[in-house]
Design a protein around this ligand. Structure first.
Ligand code: DHB
Ligand code: MG
Length: 232
């Protein structure tokens, strides 16, 4: 039988497929992470926006295998991805995470402290493009994770290139956005922002500044993708 004939096509089935994988592989989605997700929802934060457990663990593994010590995150939300990353960052490392909403930042602060990473993580409140522009770190970041408003992705990526070390990694969430990005009939500002980022990346790659690839994903968060880039 051609296995493609039985391919699931709904988010319900994709979620089941993902849960099945997680049941074997992810033991770290423990009480702490469940509690902080619950706390975020109780404070009115959107439940469809945090990374999935699989993506959180992927970020965690990347940090471990690349020996990453300093991470910049753009878009804290309730701190779920920050906690996944903080769990992998060594004691002498640091996570700086940027959040526009004071409410979200307050919830994230509680959640991150609850998980035991209050000292390892610094939340900076304000528009991330302005915060990023003002950052002048003594030591560049080893990794940047961009997961905020999509309309500003081109700006965030431009600043991320400045703030990350040579050979450092920039990960961008949601670059497929339910299959909207390649569909020219969809022109909301977020989709257009991701499209512009891809056009910029084409230029960066032509100039030999960046190498990048997108890993498309389907699962509990629908059809989307992670973009993985290295600064050359
Ligand atoms: C949305 C934003 C995200 O970062 C995400 O992972 C999923 C959805 C949104 O804006 O709807
Ligand atoms: Mg996202």
């Amino acid at each position: 039988m051609d296995p493609r004939a039985n391919a699931p096509s709904s988010i319900v089935e994709w979620t089941e497929a993902e849960k099945y994988q997680n049941s074997f592989l992810i033991h770290e989605q423990d009480d702490t992470l469940e509690l902080i997700l619950e706390n975020s929802i109780n404070h009115g934060l959107p439940s469809h926006m945090p990374v999935s457990a699989g993506e959180g663990k992927f970020l965690n593994l990347l940090i471990k295998c690349l020996g990453v010590k300093r991470v910049l995150e753009v878009g804290t939300l309730g701190g779920y991805s920050a906690i996944w990353m903080a769990r992998a960052i060594p004691e002498d490392g640091k996570l700086v995470t940027l959040e526009l909403s004071e409410t979200y930042a307050q919830v994230a602060k509680e959640n991150i402290a609850q998980a035991g990473f209050g000292d390892k993580c610094q939340i900076i409140i304000g528009p991330a493009d302005e915060t990023m522009t003002s950052l002048r770190p003594d030591i560049p970041f080893d990794m940047v994770f961009i997961d905020a408003d999509k309309k500003s992705y081109p700006k965030y990526f431009r600043e991320a290139k400045r703030l990350v070390k040579k050979g450092g990694v920039i990960i961008v969430d949601n670059v497929i956005r339910y299959g909207n990005v390649h569909d020219k009939s969809v022109n909301d500002e977020n989709t257009v922002g991701i499209r512009k980022l891809l056009a910029d990346l084409k230029e960066d790659s032509r100039k030999g500044e960046i190498e990048a690839t997108t890993i498309p994903t389907v699962g509990e968060k629908g059809f989307d993708g992670f973009l993985y880039a290295i600064k050359k």
